[in-house]
Design a protein around this ligand. Sequence first.
Ligand code: DC
Length: 214
Amino acid sequence: MIIAVDGPTASGKGTISKQLAKHFALPFLDTGLLYRAVGWTVREQGGDADNPADALVACRFDSALLDNPDLRSEVVGGLASRVSVHPEVRMALDKRQKDFANQPGGAVLDGRDIGTVITPNADVKLFVTASPEARAVRRFEEMKRRGEPVNFDDILADILRRDERDTNRATAPLKPAKDADLLDTTDLTIDAAIQQAIALVNAKTSGRRDKDPA
Ligand code: DC
């Protein structure tokens, strides 16, 4: 079974995807981490994230980099959003994601274009979203817990900027696949959101089984 989870930053899609993978005993790929590795490498190489040639060179990062906790920072998230605009970069990361999705037994992947581009034939597609304000509150609390300096207005502005870039880029923009189930987590606790996601997967897959000829 392939489960594709897409959605904007801080929507809860990462946590939900990890829990879905655990619940259904499937391997999990956080595809945002690949774009973050490219953004991090561009900076390391002194390149410009907005320059497609610099970003393409950075796609040859060492896989060990994916374990670097610095990839999770807000700054690297912004760089990832900038490099992800370039079609060359998306193409360079395409096979790795498709191979992961199509491994025997299936997988859970989360990102921005999983249900639309990477696995258009996924068994289940979820589009996880929440209001920008709710997402900014979550990001604020998370950064405060990590002891990072925080300013709510800056965080909200950064989220809106990232939404704008990820949604309006020409190649593989963030948008729900036509056959995706929407999960709005604005007023949900994370546990409730996970339970709803599991219920959506079960509903979708039992519907398929019902339709199968005996
Ligand atoms: O999910 P994330 O915040 O780690 O993603 C960081 C950036 O990477 C995001 O702003 C856009 C880009 N991205 C993408 O374009 N396509 C994906 N499948 C995953 C991430």
